[in-house]
Ligand binder design. Structure first.
Ligand SMILES: *[C@@H]1O[C@H](CO)[C@@H](O)[C@H](O)[C@H]1NC(C)=O
Ligand SMILES: *[C@@H]1O[C@H](CO)[C@@H](O)[C@H](O)[C@H]1NC(C)=O
Ligand SMILES: *[C@@H]1O[C@H](CO)[C@@H](O)[C@H](O)[C@H]1NC(C)=O
Ligand SMILES: *[C@@H]1O[C@H](CO)[C@@H](O)[C@H](O)[C@H]1NC(C)=O
Ligand SMILES: *[C@@H]1O[C@H](CO)[C@@H](O)[C@H](O)[C@H]1NC(C)=O
Ligand SMILES: *[C@@H]1O[C@H](CO)[C@@H](O)[C@H](O)[C@H]1NC(C)=O
Ligand SMILES: *[C@@H]1O[C@H](CO)[C@@H](O)[C@H](O)[C@H]1NC(C)=O
Ligand SMILES: *[C@@H]1O[C@H](CO)[C@@H](O)[C@H](O)[C@H]1NC(C)=O
Ligand SMILES: *[C@@H]1O[C@H](CO)[C@@H](O)[C@H](O)[C@H]1NC(C)=O
Length: 297
């Protein structure tokens, strides 16, 4: 082999290895949030109930297939251990992780994406108490709404890092699992679920999609439910190529035309998954599992 060929060969080998270097381990109850064509994941717990502090993203700016996922590890930034926390983006593209089962961090931990730096945000003032299974949602002005199990509803100013407790009436009690903010009038919609979060997201055309979940008997579901937020009607989603997937404690994030379903446990023995699935949700009445991701633009 000539030097030239050898150089090309090692270059390619390097390329393949750097690309395939990092593969996240199986987990559930992690957080996920999409910011600027990067799908960030943090924490969760493994089968031995160890809390994880790894932090990584999937690069969704490019085409990829499920067999060669473009992972990028950011664990070196010193992410906090989190589990059953909730992540949202704020102003300046900062990433925030709220709540969760770990008592050691402040309620809100901030990751500055440009400087790759984590910080506790402790204001000293009134802030939410640490309780698990909360949900966060971002307003257009960059403030973040936080909902907790006690039916309290807080607003976090993500620039000033200050909290205010909102005085909403008629909040449903102890049932809050997932809340979202619906444009254009920024109505807040919350969907309950007591045992676990059924993972949910909204599409740009006024659909809320729920996949999977678990009930009191630890039965893990794989059904797809669609809520039309104009008519408030539920319907079951038809998956044209069902794959028998059941999951709970996973995350589901809308990225362009796809619902990216990540990690979670898939059976009543609480076996964890390290897999990523992608459901094409671009058609309102036909959903399809796909293996290739093609960004919208
Ligand atoms: C991504 O995939 C689409 C559809 O197969 C193709 O048209 C496009 O050229 C691809 N983009 C790149 C950068 O490979
Ligand atoms: C929290 O901090 C205490 C004392 O520093 C430590 O013993 C404990 O292991 C920490 N807990 C977690 C979950 O990291
Ligand atoms: C946040 O506070 C906890 C507890 O005091 C500490 O262990 C942790 O290192 C802090 N994290 C950051 C990013 O400063
Ligand atoms: C952003 O909008 C929300 C909802 O209208 C409001 O409660 C909050 O105070 C606003 N935040 C700022 C910083 O203006
Ligand atoms: C909250 O709402 C209740 C009932 O509407 C009202 O009595 C109370 O004064 C309000 N508190 C604040 C701080 O606005
Ligand atoms: C949501 O989870 C609950 C259990 O927490 C389950 O009974 C219900 O069927 C799930 N709903 C959907 C739409 O999957
Ligand atoms: C789904 O499960 C059924 C019954 O267990 C089995 O017959 C079928 O082959 C499975 N389908 C797929 C796509 O795995
Ligand atoms: C699930 O976990 C149980 C108990 O840890 C183990 O015996 C079983 O082999 C696992 N099943 C699968 C499909 O991984
Ligand atoms: C799903 O498919 C069934 C049978 O093919 C059909 O009757 C039903 O209307 C479809 N549901 C939706 C929401 O399109």
């Amino acid at each position: 082999m000539s030097y030239f060929n050898f150089y090309i060969f090692t270059f390619l080998l390097n390329f393949i290895f750097t690309f395939a270097n990092f593969v996240p381990t199986a987990r559930w109850l992690q957080t996920s949030v999409i910011i600027d064509k990067k799908l960030y994941f943090s924490g969760g717990q493994n089968k031995n109930q160890q809390f994880l502090n790894d932090f990584f993203y999937l690069d969704v700016s490019q085409n990829f297939t499920i067999t060669a996922l473009p992972w990028n590890d950011l664990s070196f930034t010193g992410a906090p251990k989190t589990s059953e926390a909730s992540a949202c983006s704020g102003n300046n593209n900062d990433l925030f992780i709220f709540g969760g089962m770990i008592q050691n961090n402040s309620f809100a931990v901030k990751y500055d994406i440009s400087n790759k730096q984590w910080a506790n945000t402790t204001t000293g003032g009134n802030e939410p108490s640490k309780i698990k299974t909360i949900s966060c949602a971002k307003f257009n002005n960059g403030s973040i709404a936080i909902f907790d199990k006690k039916s309290e509803f807080w607003i976090f100013d993500s620039l000033e890092l200050t909290w205010s407790l909102s005085n909403v009436s008629n909040a449903p009690e102890h049932k809050l699992a997932y809340c979202t903010i619906i444009p254009p009038d920024e109505t807040i919609l919350c969907i309950g679920g007591d045992v676990d979060k059924n993972d949910t997201f909204k599409t740009s055309d006024k659909r809320i999609i729920i996949f999977g979940g678990v009930n009191e008997d630890l039965e893990v579901f794989g059904d797809l439910w669609i809520l039309d937020i104009e008519t408030y009607q539920w319907s079951t989603g038809n998956i044209s190529n069902p794959n028998n997937l059941t999951l709970c404690g996973h995350t589901a994030t809308l990225v362009d035309n796809y619902m990216i379903v990540a990690f979670g446990v898939y059976d009543r023995e609480f076996n964890e998954s390290s897999s990523i699935y992608m459901l094409d949700v671009s058609q309102k009445d036909s959903y399809k599992w796909v293996t290739e991701f093609i960004p919208s633009n």
